[in-house]
Design a protein around this ligand. Structure first.
Ligand SMILES: [Fe+2]
Ligand SMILES: [Fe+2]
Length: 334
């Protein structure tokens, strides 16, 4: 298969879960959408309850074949108070200040992945950033122009829903589906590639960046924010197009039984994922606890989380005792 794309290889990949709790209460989140126009409304027209906002962010530590270590921040969460706490707990703030984080990848422009951008930029406004080219005017204002976006709530009061006092000053690479050279990929580091999938998603957001890391002698690890383009599409791309010893694992939100509602297709996805023969599957965020638990009971190698999340100041009302999610404060090494 000489036409496969060779992205090189790394020695290992460690993922630290900085925060996977995009919000804490599903019912509150759904009600906020319903009250201001539903899931087809833009996220910038909804007076979200701030106390329900958390955020998604992960720290990727990559050991290259020569032993050199690189760090990538994947996403920056939503609520800046929450993200400040999460970053401080795991030393991400200091890593940013010392220049130890090489760049940030924004998976997509959803509020729970992007609106916490100030928590990152206040420690390093010059951080290099990869983000989908499918951004909207409000995304740009929030990132680059000291945005403070306000909406009218149901009582007619003007409320701030997101702000960023630290404009981004570093390199910004707006990713497109054709990749940096027509191959469909951006080669970020030896053994690490990014692909932008142009999918439409709720709240009028489009486009998601997905990371592929080839761990030497093991195989490809797929790393997602939300997995909106469909987890089988994302894993299938790696299986069909990337050179390497096959698929080894995945980490991130898989956008399946979000809000804990079940669809028959989720059973098929369990079978399809199992048939890929991966060794390690770490999931959380919008995967849905139901899917993770059911997949595990059907033999998918779900990596168990710990109770580390209990020491955080807030936790998801949907968290269960099964440890089927890698929770806040957990880590996994591929
Ligand atoms: Fe999300
Ligand atoms: Fe999302």
């Amino acid at each position: 298969m000489s036409d496969r794309l060779d992205i090189g290889a790394v020695k290992s990949l460690k993922v630290d879960v900085i925060s996977e709790t995009g919000w804490f209460d599903d019912a509150r989140f759904k009600q906020d959408m319903a009250d201001y126009g539903g899931s087809e409304q833009t996220q910038y027209r909804i007076a979200w309850h701030r106390e329900n906002a958390g955020g998604y962010a992960a720290l990727l530590t990559i050991t290259l074949l020569d032993g050199d270590e690189k760090k990538i921040l994947l996403d920056t969460g939503w609520n800046t108070d929450w993200m400040d706490e999460a970053f401080a707990r795991q030393g991400v703030d200091k890593m940013l200040e010392r220049g130890e984080i090489d760049f940030m990848v924004l998976s997509h422009w959803h509020l729970d992945h992007f609106w916490g951008i100030e928590s990152t930029l206040k420690h390093n406004p010059r951080l290099k950033l990869y983000a989908p080219s499918t951004w909207r005017a409000e995304d740009r204002i929030l990132l680059m122009q000291k945005g403070n976006i306000r909406v009218e709530d149901s009582n007619g009061r003007s409320v701030s829903i997101c702000k960023n006092n630290v404009p981004h000053e570093g390199d910004l690479i707006l990713t497109e589906t054709q990749g940096e050279d027509g191959s469909g990929l951006y080669r970020l580091l030896p053994g690490v590639a990014l692909r932008m999938f142009d999918a439409s998603m709720l709240l009028q957001v489009r486009g998601e960046n997905v990371l592929y890391v080839n761990v030497a002698d093991k195989g490809i690890v797929t790393v997602t924010g939300c997995g909106h383009p469909g987890i089988m599409n994302l894993l299938g791309f790696a299986r069909d197009n990337l050179a390497g010893p096959g698929l080894y694992g995945c980490y991130g939100g898989l956008h399946l039984s979000i809000f804990d509602t079940w669809k028959p297709e989720f059973d098929h996805i369990i079978d399809e994922v199992k048939a890929l023969g991966m060794a390690k599957m770490g999931c959380n965020h919008c995967t849905g606890w139901m899917w993770a638990e059911k997949a595990e009971s059907h033999g998918v190698p779900i990596i168990k989380g710990t109770d580390a999340y209990l020491s955080y100041s807030k936790r998801s009302t949907g968290a269960r005792g099964s440890h089927a999610f890698l929770g806040n404060g957990d880590s996994v090494t591929f």
